[in-house]
Write a protein that binds this ligand. Sequence first.
Ligand code: HEM
Length: 432
Amino acid sequence: MDAHRRPPADHTLSLIAGGYAWLPQRIRQSPDRAVPLRIMGRPALALSGPEAVRFFYDEHNIRRHGAIPEPVSGTLFGHGAVHTLDGQAHRQRKELFLPLLEPDRIAGVVGHVTAAWDEAVPEWAARPQVVLFDEAAAVLTRGVCRWAGVPLQDAEARSVAADLVAMVDGFATLGPRHWRARRARARQEARTARVIEDLRSGRGPAAGRPDSLLARVAAHRDADGGRLPVRTAAVELLNVVRPTVAVSWFVAFAAHALHRWPAHRERLRDGDPAYAAAFAHEVRRFYPFAPFLGGRAARDLTWRGHQVPAGGTVLLDVFGQNHDEELWADPYTFRPRRFLERPPQRDELIPQGGCDPRTGHRCPGEGVTVGLLESLAVRLARLEYEVPAQDLRISLRRIPARVRSGFAVTAVHEPGQWPAAAGARAGAGAGS
Ligand code: HEM
């Protein structure tokens, strides 16, 4: 075929297989921070920058319905989730999650999780080695389930945590991780649906807490006035529990940062709340998690001279924007102080989406995430441990990225219990 008549290349595979760097590289080369693409055979446009964030979150421009591919809703979000709704249906469903923005709710989740962490630490000290990613996931599962009123036997915490982690780990691949994620979702949706059915029929251990998240989800009414179908209620309850457990990714990244740049450990140990907040923001900015967000053009759109027909795909480059040198000095340097010098701006720092969580799709769990990271990073910095030789690489080709070893630690001691004359302390061990 002659080159002029060849259809334009499709970028779907490159976008997924290229990992975190593929899209930002293309956007960096474009003076207007916008790149026309073809995704799944259709015209698409990728955007970056605070103005692009506001364009993307304008419902007149972008719709979410039909934008999330089935492999993602079948693992990460669940079918019929709030993430996939628009307009009045989205606003009504989002009501369920907005209380999470309130300081007392954030403090509630953080209080339960830190209590679970403090219970777990003496048990880590009794073991030859623990993997922080796995332990953090178990602690977060115990804490968020207690807070949400979801019954959880102590003996089930690890297997439930493993399923919740698998649901996040497998959304961006069609390999074995993906099928593990689907099985995990099926198990956890069925388990959560049983809890909701029990509550609605006045049975079961959860029946006595009318103010719990579980009770609110079970009683929630959608835009049509009806209660959520039990499976949808399970999906939405899991849409709080699952991402809270995903904070384990950031806990492992925080441990990685403290190991690589131990000076932050001293600052965190002092317990200065402003520094802990700055550290939490820098972990969310610097380390890779959500690569980009996708929506569909609600009508024929023009952005900085580029056109997307109605129904075309629009991508917001999350990882690229969080490392854009026009927004961040030395973007590839881990420097919490940047957030002491200038607080995070709403549409600049977007690891959990942009614009206003009350009116758009921005993550309603951002305050919970920051609160958890602040508290757990300080606890981590105060904990004494050694870091044995292990593979601490973080591949930018794997979505979601994670510290390959999960961050193993040995000789864990609670603050004040470390023998003064002992050998290498955290940060001084081998392996990097
Ligand atoms: C590991 C930390 C987290 C990350 C990286 C994260 C990231 C995100 C992102 C990127 C979105 C999509 C925003 C958009 O589509 O515009 C989102 C939405 C959402 N997140 Fe989070 N999140 C995290 C933690 C949490 C927590 C702790 C909760 C609840 C306690 C939560 C609940 C939700 C919900 C319900 C939505 C859907 C909002 C909507 O569509 O209106 N997330 N999150």
